[in-house]
Design a protein around this ligand. Structure first.
Ligand SMILES: [Zn+2]
Length: 385
């Protein structure tokens, strides 16, 4: 770190990781790609100093088909090891699709890492279009890593096939957003500042104080409600248990016996327990494990946990609304009878809360039944494209 840098501009370091076994034509293509991207970024964002690195690895994951999740974790560790800000893992091999039909690339905003497969452009396009297709795909993925959303009129347009068609660039508005995003990133990382903490607890506290707002933004922007749609077993376990609860008189009796204020406390405790049980049950604490005291690694872990917690909370709200609907439909006398309420009116909100809370308990079990990698992928992928 001693090397004195005359360039005072904030640095952004980007790595391209490639399997050392890729043939020389692919390596040449990537060299070209990296050069073009670097030149464009220097032109568009001259206020930053752009450092690029092509990294050939002999320990590139070898299981076929390549699992983007494995590549993302592989990449995120290298990113920390090489002290890069962003990293793309590139391959000429096809990727395993998890949620879509096919997949050409997977960005992970959380890990600041993306995966790009050149397999389909290489297979389907005339040679002169291949480079443009891959360039557009890389820009799209980098755009996601830099916090951009989809947009029909720029390279951020979601596409089924990457064939090199226009638009190939970001819009002026998107470039403004990227500039803003990168200015945050180019700040010195917490472990590089003088206030670097001596214990993990202090480190996390410092990080939360410095970055709390941007962490919260990442968590909220990260559409965690998607979780429900993708996780079959998770939703099924919840649905089945709620149906049984609705049909059992004991649940209603229990509900009548619990005071409302207690139920709120129980709800908060259940949400935290369910989140913790999935977090540790699915080994999510291993994400970004490369170093405990690195800002990026700690950040990933906080965002991961927060996303899961927000996901569970939004799942609870859905269950609550569904329960409220079911209770409104069912005959009130029967339910009041089960609850042993005599002639009193049924407190609908109270019982809906109870059912939704039981549902979350069941879903934490269901979440742990889920294939480990699917749940992780839902949390870590920004998208499959
Ligand atoms: Zn996209």
């Amino acid at each position: 770190m001693a090397d004195p840098d005359p360039d005072a501009r904030p640095q952004v370091a980007i790595g391209f990781v490639v399997d050392a076994a890729e043939n020389s034509e692919i390596q040449r293509r990537l060299q070209w790609l990296q050069e073009v991207i670097r030149q464009d970024l220097e032109k568009d964002f001259p206020e930053f100093s752009w450092n690029f690195r092509l990294i050939l690895r002999r320990d590139f994951p070898g299981d076929r088909p390549l699992d983007p999740l494995v590549l993302l974790e592989f990449g995120s560790e290298l990113k920390i090891e090489y002290r890069l800000d962003f990293l793309l893992v590139l391959t000429s091999m096809p990727l395993m699709a998890r949620f879509d039909q096919t997949v050409n690339g997977v960005p992970s905003n959380m890990l600041e890492t993306g995966v790009v497969s050149m397999a389909r452009p290489l297979e389907n396009l005339e040679p002169e279009r291949v480079d443009r297709a891959i360039l557009a795909l890389c820009r799209h993925i980098l755009g996601h890593l830099w916090g951009l959303d989809h947009d029909e009129d720029s390279v951020m347009r979601p596409r089924e096939f990457w064939n090199g068609d226009e638009p190939l660039d970001w819009s002026p508005e998107e470039k403004r957003q990227i500039r803003h995003y990168l200015r945050d990133i180019a700040d010195p990382r917490l472990e590089e500042t003088t206030q670097a903490a001596s214990t993990a607890w202090r480190f996390y506290a410092l990080l939360l104080r410095r970055e709390g707002l941007s962490l919260a933004r990442d968590i909220v922007l990260f559409r965690s409600w998607r979780m429900m749609l993708h996780l079959g077993r998770f939703t099924a376990a919840t649905a089945v248990s709620i149906i049984f609860l609705f049909l059992s008189a004991e649940a209603w009796e229990l509900g009548a016996a619990i005071r409302s204020s207690w139920l709120d406390l129980i709800l908060v405790a259940v949400l935290f327990m369910a989140t913790l049980s999935i977090y540790f049950g699915q080994n999510l604490q291993e994400v970004g494990r490369a170093d405990r005291m690195m800002e990026q690694a700690a950040r990933s872990r906080i965002v991961l946990f927060g996303t899961l917690l927000v996901g569970m909370a939004s799942f609870w709200i859905n269950l609550f609304l569904i329960s409220l609907g079911i209770i409104a439909i069912l005959p009130e006398q029967v339910l009041a009878g089960w609850a042993g309420l005599g002639g009193q009116p049924l407190p609908m909100v109270h019982f809906s809360k109870l059912m939704a809370t039981f549902g979350i308990l069941a879903s934490s079990l269901g979440g742990n039944l889920e294939e480990e990698h699917d749940l992780k992928a839902v949390l870590i992928y920004t998208e499959e494209t």
